[in-house]
Write a new protein. Sequence first.
Length: 110
Amino acid sequence: MYEIKEVLEKLNDTNHRIGKLETAMAVIEERTKKLDNLPAKSEMQKLIYEALKNKPDENKVKVLIDEAFSSKKIATETIVENQIIKSRNIIIIWTIGIIIAATGIIIKFV
């Protein structure tokens, strides 16, 4: 059968494996203690529902943004474009006026 040396080696190996299992079990128990402090699924769903319950809908957010833009008098793209066109037109009118005035002065002195 088995020799005493082989039996002792197997017994020692078994003890070593049992030690590893005990260590692994201690780690698992420690981790599950941390999980015990977490709320249950139904409690989490209730907390999430409560947090999201007062969230404004999309239309309300749009209205709030529009109100913020109008109250702060923030320029929209069309307003800026209109101002640029007006400025360009004024520059063109002034340029034409200066050219006409310069031409009149030149004709008067020539």
